[in-house]
Design a protein around this ligand. Structure first.
Ligand code: PRP
Ligand code: URA
Length: 209
């Protein structure tokens, strides 16, 4: 079974508390989502493999560490996942970006696929699928299905807020995927929104409501 990490750092909890407030402006919401994404990504990248590299400092030759192999690929689930990318890229600016397009039908809550574009060498990379919200889990499960169909492995999933229902569904569908969560909330409401949550993440990031 993959691991589930629920973040408990005070800075992160403080920032998520501001994100949740209904009066937080689009500008502040976007900035804080990126900051929180960066902090979760810091933890999610903890076990990336390292390799030795010989360099010279101004003083002497030295062996330093660098991230090994073909490196990283960030995969935002469109559209709200895009809101996490700038923060993550501040930590690893050379990461490639894949995109998976899914929207959740507001009546059935089923995810619908509309786009997938991955870097050609994605199979050789460590993949971080990112989305602010894990509600029923349908979108995250479908996004990871789409990647696995393309023979992509070594996948981690990162979200700001999860509902227990979505976390359980994702673990069951993809037990090999490590999951990193900023805050685990109480439940879903009858419309499939996370309670207390933060509302519609995409609308709040892009100012579309
Ligand atoms: C939201 C969110 C997730 C999904 C979570 O996206 O960003 O992708 O819902 O819900 P689920 O776990 O029940 O699938 P939405 O479908 O609203 O699309 P958007 O990103 O375009 O706003
Ligand atoms: N999608 C969101 O943006 N918010 C929720 O609470 C659930 C799904």
């Amino acid at each position: 079974m993959g691991k589930v990490v629920i973040m408990d750092h005070p800075l992160l909890q403080h920032k998520i508390g501001i994100i949740r407030r209904k009066e937080t402006t689009t500008k502040d919401f976007r900035e804080l989502v990126n900051e929180v994404a960066m902090l979760i990504y810091y933890e999610a990248s903890r076990d990336l493999p390292l390799a030795d590299r010989e360099i010279e400092t101004p003083i002497c030759k030295a062996t330093v560490k660098e991230i090994a192999g073909k490196k990283l690929c960030i995969v935002p689930i469109l559209r709200a996942g895009i809101g996490l990318c700038d923060g993550i890229l501040r930590m690893t600016p050379n990461a490639k970006i894949g995109h998976v397009g899914l929207y959740r039908d507001e009546e059935t809550l089923e995810p619908h696929e509309y786009f997938c574009k991955m870097p050609p060498d994605a199979k050789e990379r460590d993949i971080f699928v990112v989305d602010p919200m894990l509600a029923t889990g349908g979108s995250a499960i479908a996004a990871i299905d789409m990647l696995k169909k393309r023979d992509i492995k070594r996948i981690r999933f990162l979200c700001l807020i999860a509902a227990p229902e979505g976390l359980e569904a994702l673990q069951k569908a993809h037990p090999d995927v490590d999951i990193y969560v900023g805050a685990l909330d109480e439940r879903l409401n009858e419309r499939g929104y996370i309670v207390p949550g933060l509302g519609d993440a995409g609308d709040r990031i892009f100012g579309t409501k």
